[in-house]
Design a protein. Structure first.
Length: 115
């Protein structure tokens, strides 16, 4: 079971570090996405900070389970928010699939860490 947790943790770290840093540094893709979703650019920065923080907590979670659980919970809730955003602007499953999968991974990791 530990190997599955490490794989989930590693995938979530990689994905949310990339996404969080992209939002924090204002990549063109993320700026355009937040415009499309009718969300202010300051919220992009806040979202990036939350994603980055969640990923860092997951890194610490390799040594401290409580930090890993906090990171997984933060990223799972962020994924719920992202899914709601996609639904609000009537995006299709193609646009929503990645954040849904990452949310499932985050809550699965949380469940595994709680055992």
């Amino acid at each position: 079971m530990n190997i599955l947790m490490w794989i989930l943790q590693g995938l979530l770290i990689a994905m949310f570090l990339m996404a969080g840093l992209g939002k924090l540094f204002g990549s063109k893709m993320h700026k355009e996405g937040f415009e499309k979703w009718n969300l202010p650019q300051w919220f992009r920065v806040v979202t990036g900070f939350v994603e980055f923080t969640g990923a860092v907590l997951l890194i610490i979670g390799f040594w401290n389970t409580t930090s890993g659980m906090a990171g997984a919970l933060i990223l799972g809730c962020t994924a719920i928010g992202g899914t709601i955003t996609h639904i609000r602007v009537k995006d299709g499953m193609k646009e929503m699939s990645m954040i849904i999968i990452l949310g499932i991974f985050a809550f699965s990791l949380l469940f595994l860490l709680m055992r």
